[in-house]
Design a protein around this ligand. Sequence first.
Ligand code: HXC
Length: 285
Amino acid sequence: MLKENALKGKLVLVTGGGSGLGRCMTEHFLSLGAEVVISSRDREKLENTAADLEEVVGRRPGVVSCDIRSWEEVENMRKEIMKRYGKIDALVNNAAGNFVSPTERLSANAFDTILDIVLKGTKNCTLSLGKYWIDERVPGTLLNIVTTYAWTGSAYVVPSACAKAGVLAMTRSLAVEWAKYSIRSNAIAPGLFPTKGAQERLLPGDLKGKFDLTQKVPVGRVGNPQELACLAAYLLSDYSAFINGEVVTIDGGEWLGGAGQFNFLRDLSPENWEDIEKTVKGRKL
Ligand code: HXC
């Protein structure tokens, strides 16, 4: 979608960049000329991904292992990247944790674990980078990966819904507060992108076979990670310089499909509509 080298000269940090959507975004950013550093807890996974990407794109992302739940580890990650590359232009808060469970079955620690990864982890990375950008008087770009249930809420993923709602509030708040420092803050709300990690945790075991997820999506299919990567690249690029505080939904119409009161009528056939029209049209009170 973007011109060749549209991200050239930018250093982008992608948390959770070793797999799934994070890996796909990393590949796309590299192909558009960016330098990318990927982070996660699992150093081996990061190294394998970096080697794979070097084969596919011809350029290798840097890797830093970091548990974003720890402020100290996040600060060390930022310092290490600065030492190696001299700058960080953009942060993609992509790392997340989630699993499905009735809320009453969760231990307090299970609830905290998701809040800590998603909300506290995003806060740690955002605060660390934000302080650095402001102190050094350099511009920065924040991109947070949330979800459509950040604003609707969702049963069975309550810790994730609470945390993502917090991240969305952070996105919009900082868009206003930090704009004067030339820091932009936006979010992407993906719908169904069945990556391996998400699928294993959100539709475990034989649950996958029990539901046809495409039925939930008005466009009749799930998302292709490349579609999300293109949107993310645009939101990091200078072409979107006037977009600030926005959350862009990329879900094929899924969440609105579940919201509109009469959306269920989309299953009716043209014959059904003929009958309905005959019954209703011209009726006076
Ligand atoms: C109930 C569970 C559980 C489950 C873990 N726990 N899995 N409880 N049901 N399925 C409990 C544990 O018993 C423990 O509580 C606590 O949660 C912490 O678990 P640990 O395994 O010790 O934590 P940790 O090793 O830090 O692993 C975190 C994790 C794991 C979230 C549980 O799945 C992970 O690392 N996930 C990262 C990747 C990920 O989740 N990707 C999917 C993101 S998809 P006790 O009380 O026993 O100590 C996403 C998409 C949103 O976010 C949008 C979708 C459309």
